[in-house]
Write a protein that binds this ligand. Structure first.
Ligand SMILES: [Zn+2]
Length: 99
């Protein structure tokens, strides 16, 4: 039995382009409504890859209104509001695993 997290690692290790949680959900046949729970998996994956010569990279979310980039996120997530202009039009962070 291969676990959901192993499937995510496999997917993000083989993809050519970074993927957001909706694309990951689609690729793995996970319900769209369940896509938010992938952030928790990604957080665990980032920790579990440490020391294995691989790293989970996150393309940070950006504000579509003013271009603010959320560079200092401590966890994989999509912020709900821009701290600069208060807009809620924020892009999803995208993920890829590199060696
Ligand atoms: Zn903004």
């Amino acid at each position: 039995m291969i676990t959901r997290r192993e499937r995510i690692i496999e997917l993000l290790s083989t993809t050519d382009v970074p993927l957001d949680v909706h694309q990951i959900a689609l690729a793995l046949g996970i319900e769209r409504s369940d896509a938010q729970s992938l952030y928790e998996d990604l957080e665990h994956i980032a920790k579990s890859l440490r020391g294995k010569g691989k790293v989970l990279l996150m393309i940070p979310p950006t504000c579509k209104s003013c271009g603010y980039v959320f560079r200092d996120l401590s966890k994989p997530k999509r912020p709900s509001k821009c701290p600069k202009c208060r807009s809620e039009r924020i892009t999803n962070p995208q993920f890829i695993i590199e060696k």
